[in-house]
Design a protein around this ligand. Structure first.
Ligand SMILES: Cc1ncc(COP(=O)(O)O)c(C=O)c1O
Ligand SMILES: [Zn+2]
Length: 398
């Protein structure tokens, strides 16, 4: 595992040291301050082949830690996150579904928070706080419990019940907020100094992106160390897309993948909360906070992503686009993939599959295009939400 050389600002490219906990860039002249990327000296890996370096079946490095050669050199706090299935669609010959619901806590959030909590333990931090749409809170609560660190989670009151139950069981301090994730974020920001909390909000510390970059390594490895043509990623705060793009940059620097053919990145949002889609369509460099956000895809109810400027850059540079789908299309896609593929998608994952169907029918994509669709969470985490959409009551309930 490599030592961290420095942290690099995504806006002003200043270098910050990583020997103490960092949040966002302290050198940026303009607000908001840039998110920080973790940088290593990977020169010793140049000229290697990934098969020599990446952990295989006999290696003690399992799950996302198979990429330990490109992750910080610290003792992991792990619950078995990563190396999730890449499932070939039974109906669409060009489509693969990355099943992130197989992660601990049933969502891709486990990757980022495994690394954030690993680093928090390394730095000796004792109290972590997070504003969350639900799944990030569940993941923080689980990894904090495993590490013996306090977790303070702030979630909307109408969060899916699974998130409320899991954070409570993991022993986190829970605050339910009448509002959305940005209201939760404000509460964390107001109280963190006085309470001694370290804020692990999306992009307000560097290691959640670093954990999520393993999705980029994995999807390339699982496709035989080749890029797909297109990636569909349900985008709230967008950390997964930012992490994957960082992985592609590193893979090319390492010589593990040929440069020049990166996938087109498609960010998918719900039409009830689509600030990034609007900014993309308007040709804007950043988004404007979405008013009255509403969608059953809880993780997509993010009125303004902190890293919107990075997402817009990635989608444009890659030749991708931002796509909105309705909640109706989301629930239709959940039923479609459950009945025809045997996969119960989360509403966020179903936003990706619905967007794929939309672009196929609009002729923007061809069925032969190699596409990776991210199911970012397990449908079972949304059992109340899906039951309500299907007009189902608990058996025995009148
Ligand atoms: C299942 C699921 N998918 C997607 C998202 C959006 O993730 P990101 O904020 O990384 O864009 C979330 C966020 O809560 C989520 O829980
Ligand atoms: Zn900066």
């Amino acid at each position: 595992m490599p030592a961290i050389a420095y942290l690099e600002c995504s806006r002003c490219h200043a270098h910050l040291p990583a020997d103490t906990p960092q949040t966002v860039c302290t050198r940026c002249k303009d607000q908001p301050a840039g998110a920080l990327y973790v940088r290593y000296d990977l020169s010793h890996l140049h000229g290697t082949s990934p098969r020599e370096v990446v952990g295989d079946g006999d290696s003690p490095w399992r799950g996302m830690w198979r990429y330990h050669a490109v992750l910080p050199d610290v003792e992991p706090v792990t619950l078995g996150e990563g190396w999730t299935p890449m499932l070939h669609s039974r109906r669409h010959p060009g489509a693969w579904l990355k099943e992130e619901g197989a992660n601990p806590t049933g969502a891709f959030k486990a990757r980022g928070l495994a690394l954030a909590v690993t680093m928090a333990r390394h730095y000796g931090l004792r109290k972590l706080a997070i504003p969350s749409a639900g799944n990030a809170a569940g993941a923080l609560a689980a990894y904090a419990a495993a590490a013996g660190i306090e977790a303070h989670v702030f979630m909307p009151r109408d969060v899916p019940i699974a998130n409320y139950v899991e954070v409570t069981a993991y022993g986190a301090h829970v605050t339910l907020v009448d509002g959305v994730i940005s209201d939760c974020g404000r509460m964390v920001a107001e109280r963190k100094q006085q309470e001694g909390w370290f804020d692990v909000s999306t992009l307000k510390e560097p290691f959640r992106v670093e954990g999520k970059k393993t999705m980029g390594y994995e999807l390339v490895e699982q496709l035989g160390w080749e890029y797909p043509d297109t990636v569909f990623y349900p985008t709230g705060g967008g950390v997964g897309m930012i992490g994957m793009w960082k992985a592609f940059e590193e893979l090319e620097q390492l010589g593990w993948v040929k440069p020049g053919r990166r996938p087109r990145m498609f960010g998918v949002q719900s039409s009830g909360c689509a600030p990034v889609v609007k900014a993309f369509d308007d040709g804007a460099a950043a988004s404007t906070a979405w008013q009255n956000p509403h969608t059953a895809a809880a993780g997509l109810r993010v009125p303004k992503a902190y890293g919107d400027y990075i997402l817009l850059e990635i989608m444009r540079e890659s030749g991708g686009m931002a796509v909105a789908v309705s909640d109706e299309d989301i629930f239709a896609s959940i039923q479609d993939w459950a009945a025809n593929e045997g996969i119960l998608l989360s509403p966020e994952g179903a936003a990706a599959t619905a967007a794929y169907a939309q672009l196929l029918s609009r002729g923007v994509l061809d069925p032969s295009d190699r596409v990776v669709l991210f199911n970012t969470g397990a449908g079972l985490k949304y059992i109340d939400v899906i039951a309500s959409a299907l007009h189902l009551k608990a058996p025995g309930q009148t």
